[in-house]
Design a protein around this ligand. Structure first.
Ligand SMILES: Nc1ncnc2c1ncn2[C@@H]1O[C@H](COP(=O)(O)OP(=O)(O)OP(=O)(O)O)[C@@H](O)[C@H]1O
Ligand SMILES: [Mg+2]
Length: 456
């Protein structure tokens, strides 16, 4: 096999190297190498990730050449940086050099540009090697081969000896074999890359479809719930009005007074449900005023005080003054109310803490996208209020359905509080972020766009 590889060896192996050692066992070696290639090809067919590719290559290299360490680095968009793809090793490559900076490193610069294997017989004495890395890893012999796919350099694959393994050299057929391994690796790595990109694209498409379906379902539920709630609310007003009229007509002391009173009470509760549904559907007319969020939170907390358990400490950190925002104070109060009520219920009978704070935050496009509910808001300056509790927290299932109307995990819950919050965010261009850990607690952060001027 007198081809270009002997040329390579001449190019890359230093003249005093015994690497171009005798080829006397070439035919036996060639057959061994061929078998190794066939085994590798079979294994690579089933490799679906980079590690499996490197593991398969390492297995053959260690079997055929007796090297115990193999690594592969891939080029990145930055021509000066390589990322470790995978290393089969016990010497600490993954921890010590997860990335390589090429510029300024004589040895790596040669590896990055050479079309042939770059060979170091003894890293301790070779003037090209980075002696810090050699000291950290204990390198002895190092062989790095370029990995190319369709004439494009995609990275490098390397092998070598460390510490007590001493210097270990290769003859020409062995180098030739390594070069073929590198071509196999390049093809397999590109196939894995394409495979993983396809899987990722399919995953993103599925998630996007799921999100659209979810939004559509919520929209149609909103339309339906909104129109039912609207008609129902009108009927309830008639029931309430008649019950009150009847109450004023019956004689005091009559047993009917109590019945009529019950009718009024239940009707009020039903009307409250209708309000939440109308809020969810965004069908509440908006009575817009300039809102001072800290004052509104303070006021809401003081009238909620009676319904919050004695076992719960309230911690307030309200910043005043804050810029104002435009909104319907009753509806924003409804959000605070619903969130505090949920926090209170999440803590239950145990002792716990509800922390309430307000503040100002600049939200850029990227951080907006990371919020749980961001569809109705745009980037810019926002006031926020944050309500966190040390309650039961939520698991993944609950977090997924949190804003669905009628989704509740409580015996007496109606599952309308968070849906109403969602509807109000929609009509106020608000955003929301929720973080929750099961068994530890939950934090809701609600954002509204700042209006110019200071809150009244
Ligand atoms: N702070 C919280 N901690 C733990 N779970 C919460 C919290 N807030 C909401 N949840 C979960 O989300 C579900 C839906 O909340 P939502 O307020 O919409 O309905 P609900 O509280 O069950 O009933 P209601 O209509 O009376 O508010 C709750 O049942 C609960 O499981
Ligand atoms: Mg609730």
């Amino acid at each position: 096999m007198e081809n270009g590889l002997t040329e390579h060896s001449k190019l890359s192996v230093r003249s005093d190297s015994p690497l171009a050692a005798s080829n006397s066992h070439a035919s036996g070696e060639e057959s061994e190498h061929l078998h190794s290639m066939l085994r590798l090809a079979r294994k690579l067919e089933h490799a679906h990730d980079y590690k499996a590719v490197i593991d398969a290559i390492h297995h053959e290299i260690s079997l055929v050449l007796g090297y115990n360490t193999t690594w592969a680095y891939l080029n990145t968009d930055n021509p000066d940086i390589w990322h470790l793809l995978s290393a089969h090793e016990s010497v600490g490559i993954s921890d010590t050099i997860p990335t390589l900076t090429i510029k300024g490193d004589r040895f790596l610069e040669e590896v990055a540009t050479s079309d042939y294997p770059v060979i170091v017989e003894d890293a301790r004495t070779d003037p090209r090697t980075n002696k810090d890395i050699v000291a950290a890893l204990g390198n002895r012999s190092v062989i790095n081969m370029p990995m190319k796919f369709s004439d494009k350099r995609i990275g490098t694959i390397g092998t070598g000896t460390f510490g007590d393994e001493g210097v270990k050299l290769l003859n020409t057929p062995q180098l030739e074999y390594l070069e073929s391994m590198s071509s196999h690796a390049a093809v397999a790595i590109d196939r894995v890359r394409q495979y993983q990109e396809r899987i990722q694209a399919e995953k993103e498409k599925r998630l996007a479809q799921e999100k659209i379906a979810h939004v559509q379902r919520l929209e149609s539920l909103g339309v339906m719930a909104g129109s039912i709630a609207h008609d129902f609310h009108n009927m309830l007003s008639a029931i309430l009005g008649n019950a009150e009229l009847a109450e004023s007509e019956v004689e005091t002391g009559s047993p009917a007074v109590e019945y009529l009173h019950n009718i009024s009470n239940v009707s009020h509760r039903a009307a409250d449900m209708c309000h939440q549904l109308l809020a969810y559907a965004g069908r509440h007319p908006i009575d817009q005023t300039s809102i001072n969020i800290s004052a509104l939170v303070h006021e809401t907390l003081s009238f909620l005080q009676v319904s919050i358990g004695k076992n719960i400490v309230i911690d307030k950190q309200l910043i005043d003054p804050l810029p104002a925002f435009l909104g319907d104070a009753t509806q924003i109060q409804q959000i605070i109310l619903n969130l505090i009520t949920n926090a209170n219920e999440a803590i239950g009978e145990l002792s716990g803490k509800i922390s309430v704070s307000t503040g100002l935050k600049q939200i850029d496009r990227t951080s907006l996208e990371q919020l749980t509910i961001a569809d109705y808001a745009s980037h810019g300056e926002h006031i926020f209020f944050e309500i966190s509790d040390t309650g039961c927290g939520m698991g993944e299932t609950t977090l997924k359905s949190l804003f669905d109307p009628f989704y509740t995990t409580k015996l007496t819950g109606r599952g309308l509080g968070m849906s109403a919050v969602l509807g109000i965010l929609k009509t106020h261009q608000g955003a929301l972020d929720v973080k929750s850990i099961k068994g530890q607690g939950t934090t809701f952060k609600v954002f509204f766009p700042v209006a110019t001027g200071i809150a009244e």
